[in-house]
Design a protein around this ligand. Sequence first.
Ligand code: NAP
Length: 256
Amino acid sequence: MDLLKGKRAVIFGVANERSIAWAISEALHAEGAELAFTYAGEILEKRVRPLAEGIGAKIILPCDVTKDDEIDKVFQTLKQEWGSLDILVHAIAFAAKEDLSNPYVLTGRSGFHLALDVSAYSLVALTRHAAALMEGRSGSILTMTYMGSEKVVPNYNVMGVAKAALEASVRYLAYDLGPRGIRVNAISAGPIKTLAAAGISGFKEMLHYSSERAPLKRNITAEEVARTAVYLLSDMAGAVTGEIVHVDAGYNIMGM
Ligand code: NAP
């Protein structure tokens, strides 16, 4: 359909072919966007580079989002190579394993900082850099969240708190950047089996529980998230900003 023909997008958060960011990348590519990728470390480069090159990406850069110099370098390169940017996809989260299994009350200061830094602050930092390349281009920014920000999901713990900060950041960033024509939105996805999900204690039960209770009586796929991402990142959602769109087979509407 070429909904994104001529658009340039940078993707943060591909770890492997099961990553939500990868499903989004494939969908953006199918709609005609040109893509640049980042990876979080040398081990991941081996998995990300072949995937990215397979869809014609030429810009593939390291970026640990806790390091300002690595973030600076990504956007300097994008400025040199592309001059401007239309789309930023942020699909990054991390918390220490013990903080996703112990009771939340045991979360220590360093675990709290780490989860909030990687999973929430990184959106603010990346958005600031991306916005500088989006002047006059109706840019669009998308992040990924989960309902554990709104309600208690056992074991999600500090990640739920980080996602609450992330969602509030979406609204504040949308307010700041709206006058410049830049939109900021999030997708709140139902559980999907990925590398990050495997770190959450009891993830299998989460999958089972939500498929039983969601109105659509099933789990969702990364491809379904990707199709909503295309909508939010394209002009089809030209008047949508600051929103948290649930793609969860309706699970979040249930009370009992
Ligand atoms: P994933 O494939 O494991 O992706 C998570 C990504 O975050 C990985 O590429 C990971 O790289 C990256 N990351 C972690 N720490 C980083 C750092 N310091 N710097 C740069 N990148 C870093 O898992 P996913 O499920 O697709 O997750 C993508 C997003 O969707 C996350 O925000 C997640 O919370 C959200 N989400 C997932 C689900 C689900 O059920 N899967 C549901 C709702 C929302 P490393 O592998 O190197 O750490």
